[in-house]
Design a protein around this ligand. Sequence first.
Ligand code: WTA
Length: 628
Amino acid sequence: MARYGPAEVEALRQQAESDPDGFWLDLAKRLDWYRPPTKAGDWSYNEDDFHIEWYADGQLNLSVNCLDRQLDARGDKVALIFEADEPGTGRSLTYREIYEETCRFANLLKSYDIGRGDRVMIYMPMIPEAAAAMLACARIGAVHSVCFGGFSPESLAGRISDCDACAVITADEGVRGGKIIPLKLNVDEALKESPVPTCIVVTRTGNDVPMTEGRDVLYSAVREALSTECEPEVMNAEDPLFILYTSGSTGKPKGVVHTTGGYAVWAATTFDWIFQPQASDIFWCTADVGWITGHTYVVYGPLMNGATSIMFDGVPNYPDFGRFWETVDRLGVTIFYTAPTAIRALEREGDDWVTRYSRESIRLLGTVGEPINPDAWEWYWRVVGGGRVPIVDTWWQTETGAALISPLPGSTPMKPGSATQPLPGIHAILVDEHGKELEGAVSGNLCLTTSWPGQMRTVWGDHKRFFDTYFTTYRGRYFTGDGCRRDEDGYYWITGRVDDVINVSGHRVGSAEVESSLVSHPLVAEAAVVGYPHDIKGSAVYAFVTLNAGEEGTDAVRQELIKEVRHDIGGLAAPEKIHFTPALPKTRSGKIMRRILRKIAEGATDGFGDTSTLADPSVVDALLAGRQ
Ligand code: WTA
């Protein structure tokens, strides 16, 4: 039975409109507060008065809400199931066990004098200690910043220095798809560039890794001596909880800052609304904690709701393409939440990988991270779900903390490919390029007109960048960067990014970052990077590169450039295509006309629109001739 049937959802929507403060304060009641908030949101998106605060006079601790408050009712219930790369070699931790592990970690951090407001970088595989490390930071008031293990040492170093981290928590090695990921070696590389006084190393494979005397500590060597109790810090609602770096249209990745109270309320609420957990559910969100989805729907959302959450440290095609469904059967997964890119990749391998497993335990499916094409949706629904379970297509962003547009199963009728409607309390609009609000069934740019508790509060160290990035394109509104269509039933269909962010397999890659990596190569004079449609990845990276005079664009150079991007950013940003060109299409004022590059990357041979403003219109012909 859905706890939020049509009547309940309607009541929530009505309260959100008629009594917004009461609505938001009621949502906060699902948490334990040292001092319950008496104020809901206080915000303005206008430049002269720009500020965003939620529950400002409340005090709480998020690790207490995830752990301590669960101990009485469900101390022996499994909180986290670690599903290792090699099927069947994982382990489970009860709420009491993860509580104790968190306290040990917290005490270790405290022994290095790490506390309120200090930044701690986490660079780990999907092992329970990663969750414990995050929760330990929350417990002592330190601000965690998780860096996805697939990012290069260079990227890690950039993040460490941007947030001035005082410690790194890592593991000796990771294992994914049967391959070793040299996490500690990567950290060593990064620390050469951005040193920190303390590096905590958790054992995952147990292989020998170099340890630096005085800086590195092996967690397993000190663990037993650490107390399993640790007094939590009383945090203010607006104290920062974490920084998560994400790519934008321009410059280096920005540190998206989320604060404690609002994030907690919105993560807990949306997990409950969208997944409607029951005591016996086994919830599997396949995301990594290096992304916002892992923060909100692997760790914080499920634990605040007392659910059992799976931490998956593998990949969908190892040991074979049946991995997801074999695991679903073995662990009795009831709710399964993944990215469209994984669905498309598995669909291509044929139904047999799915249908050989029962999948009987599944009662709800979900997707996140990119638009799902109706064809993949149908396959997910018919083959994976056997046509008997709902799908929740959840739209949100690192910046939004948790989902904003999503069906509520049992009350929102689904449409394949649509994230359906904004959640109660969320006000989405579509605007044209001048910022004029569009009514009815129409396409436009997706904006939010009012704040919500899980909204990011600032860009770490650059509050002006926060305002400029999100609130200046359309004055007085939060601009998401997404294009969207609304149909005659008021359903929202996200069409994808309209800025220079490329969504590769559900992960954000900034064109500017890839460009700056390419031009740092000595052979490269200029580069412009755009996204183009890709069957499996959704979008992929297409790089136009002009080499220095006299250099030849050979395959060897291509390989070198790909290596450069892998080194500077990480594998996920590596260009799928590199197109050498003698020149880039530019206006007379020197601005690159990306519109034309996008068209060429999509495979168009004409229809480039007005090219009369190009400084040299013949560039287009040269580009067409040089296509791979
Ligand atoms: C895209 C991931 C269509 C969108 C949670 C957004 C989606 C970006 C959906 C944020 C969805 C996310 N349908 N597009 N259900 N969910 N997106 O910050 O373009 O990694 O702006 O957060 O992913 O990506 P991010």
